[in-house]
Write a protein that binds this ligand. Sequence first.
Ligand SMILES: [Fe+2]
Length: 255
Amino acid sequence: MRPFIIDFFFFRKGEIMNAFDEYTNKFDMNDNKLSYKYYHSYRVMNNMIVLAKNLNLSYCDIKLAKCIGLLHDIGRFEQYKRYHSFNDKLLDHGDYGSKIIKEKNILTKFDIKEKDYEIVYKTIRNHNKYEIEPNLTKRELLFAKMIRDADKIDILYALNNSEIKSIIYEDDSDIRDEIKQQFFNHTLVKRDNKITTNENIVVIFSFVYDLNFNLSLDLIKYKQYYEKIYERLIDKDKFKIYIDYVKQYIDERID
Ligand SMILES: [Fe+2]
């Protein structure tokens, strides 16, 4: 396994924190769903720093990565205030987040170069889409891939941490063949209208196929995130084929 840095300097207050805090303070942070998104934003920021450092990015690009990580879910706050739901069919929080960052000139409060503003708008717009839009520049694509990995790594972290997300929902629902097919074809499973509770667990297992950097896979393997999620499941027989496949896939990719 290649060496990688995992240095979390958690919640150190600095100038970039304040612009985000200033915006989010206007929302009801006593609501668990919103406070979850607030802390998730900081954790994703930390993941972005870890990725940026391990990818040997410059000091300026680490600051850019940090900014994208912290702001990536900024659209969630207004989305929840308006709809009391995180359903992107009601309001796409990637598109909306990108729009408000632009309209409210939030980036002027961050120590990043003006020529990089477009990268922030585009990566945030793309972070929650099924796939990244075509025709991004090489540099835009790099940061878009980073934020998608950083976000997923935190979702897996949260599912491992009972204090953050205590329940992984399971029931007797079937897993449709088309869902199995996507999973075993190494494809991020698409959530359609008919998605069942158990299929949602397969979606989580399929995140592994949408991780862009081997570094992310190293981190997930090192932390044993998938093994620990599997340990938390009740119907182990049902999900054994998925966890075995995921473990094998990770080993093959990082070998
Ligand atoms: Fe998001």
